[in-house]
Design a protein around this ligand. Structure first.
Ligand SMILES: Nc1nc2c(c(=O)[nH]1)N[C@H]1C(S)=C(S)[C@@H](COP(=O)(O)O)O[C@H]1N2
Ligand SMILES: [Mo]
Length: 435
């Protein structure tokens, strides 16, 4: 795993400078320093490899022909980049399971559509958009039905947001179970969602006096249903059909899903067929009853749907190796908050004794993955690295101990947004640093 970024901007001072944020001399110095400290990592002198100037075979022949029509796929050399079902908690039934985004391989803040994590309770239905109907009924002045054509005819909006399952991280509260960041944090994806603000449809149907909650129901085998308060529905809830420039993939809700920015993924009901307006919330059935938080007095907190600020280092992370020995490495990761923007990320390389500010990479968007970078000169000794995010409400990402003071941490506990450490061994190997 090459921990220095590819050669982009590294060929000359001017080139590398133009890729720097204003005032950031750090990266340039780092790359120069890299040549001194870790020659192999930052390129090798040409004399030693004169053979590399030989003309490669690919220069001598025609390449693969273009097809008349095609849908492009990643290079065969990237075939290891897949979303994977859990190797910690494996559900025996393949139709109620989850697959995780390979965050360690994600470049930039947008998750490609084929790598958006999946969570479904009864498999992926096959829905013909020409036959699909969305019904809005209950406490409305005029019950309405919408075909996909009706929905696609409305003006649209596009927003970049993350989506995270509240079960993300539930295997790794107290003991290290996950070996990679994909396993520990991969129920998380980010993209540009396109659709219609739900308020436009509700305005057309007209909310009746006393309307307080909205139930969403999916057209899948689980008839997955959740409800959200009317204020959230009117404020920023979207009915989306597009993701990252194309129609939703079947596994993510094709042709239509609810998308509730900043809230746990579970409320973003896929394959949406019905919205029922009511004066009371819908109470979860057993299969989804876990979307609650155990509290210290043996009580359970329901409707804790906002995903609080969180961050994680994705590089280096579990399963990787700092293979160039002591010297400079770039630490990078993601930070996000369901309450607003990320304003600050600190990184520790000494197990939390000291923290240094990381650089936030533009764009930094509301309730969206934000990439942070930090240049670290590894001394070759054992190290415990972690990140800590702060959001625009001033909320600081807690430790597991902080969370344990206000919640009970037993069984499959949801909403794990604590600081997550990785251990770096003198061999350079990186492992889960929980406990
Ligand atoms: N109809 C339906 N909607 C659903 C689910 C489901 O099983 N059925 N799973 C929910 C859960 S738990 C999550 S985390 C998100 C996952 O969305 P994704 O599969 O597009 O990542 O969808 C939610 N919406
Ligand atoms: Mo979920």
């Amino acid at each position: 795993m090459d921990h220095l970024r590819p050669t982009r901007g590294r060929s000359g001072d001017n080139a590398s400078h133009s890729h720097d944020a204003p005032g950031s001399r750090g990266r340039r110095d780092f790359l120069k320093g890299g040549l001194v400290f870790a020659g192999a990592a930052a390129g090798t002198s040409l004399q030693a490899h004169a053979a590399t100037l030989a003309v490669p075979e690919s220069n001598k022949e025609m390449g693969r022909e273009m097809e008349l029509k095609s849908y492009g796929m990643p290079s065969k050399y990237e075939a290891h980049v897949t979303r994977n079902r859990s190797d910690v908690l494996v559900n025996k039934q393949k139709w109620s399971d989850w697959s995780m985004t390979p965050l360690q391989d994600q470049i930039g803040i947008v998750t490609p559509n084929g790598l958006i994590y999946e969570r479904h309770h009864a498999g992926v239905p096959d829905i013909d958009p020409a036959k699909h109907l969305l019904v809005v009924h209950g406490m409305v002045k005029q019950p309405m039905k919408f075909t996909m054509d009706d929905i696609l005819r409305l003006p649209a909006v596009s927003k970049f947001h993350f989506m995270e399952c509240s079960g993300n991280g539930l295997t790794d509260w107290k003991t290290p179970k996950s070996t990679t960041v994909q396993q520990s944090h991969g129920l998380l994806s980010c993209g540009q969602w396109t659709g219609v603000p739900l308020s436009w449809l509700l305005d057309r149907a007209g909310l009746a006096e006393g309307a307080k909650w909205l139930l969403f129901e999916g057209a899948d085998g689980s008839a997955h249903a959740r409800s959200i308060p009317v204020e959230k529905a009117m404020n920023d809830t979207l009915l989306v059909y597009g993701l990252n420039g194309e129609m939703l993939r079947p596994e993510n809700g094709y042709p239509l899903r609810a998308f509730i920015p900043g809230w746990e993924g579970n409320v973003s009901v896929k394959w949406l067929r019905r919205i029922k307006v009511s004066d009371k919330p819908w109470h979860l059935r057993s299969e989804t009853a876990r979307y609650t938080d155990p509290m210290p007095e043996g009580k359970w907190r329901q409707f804790s749907m906002v995903m609080e600020a969180k961050s994680v280092i994705t590089k280096p992370s579990g399963g990787m190796k700092l293979k160039y020995g002591p010297g400079p490495y770039e630490i990078e990761g993601f930070a996000w908050s369901g309450k607003g923007t990320i304003t600050h990320v600190d990184v520790t390389t000494d197990g939390g004794k000291t923290w240094q500010p990381a650089k936030l990479e533009e764009p930094v968007l509301d309730r969206c993955l934000t990439r942070f970078r930090y240049l670290w000169n590894w001394d070759g000794g054992p190290a415990k690295i972690a990140s800590r995010a702060v959001d625009s409400t001033g909320y600081v990402q807690p430790t597991v101990a902080d969370i344990a003071k206000v919640r009970a941490l037993s069984g499959f506990v949801q909403h794990h947004n604590a600081i997550f450490p990785w251990l770096v061994a003198p061999s350079g190997e990186v492992t889960n640093g929980i406990a």
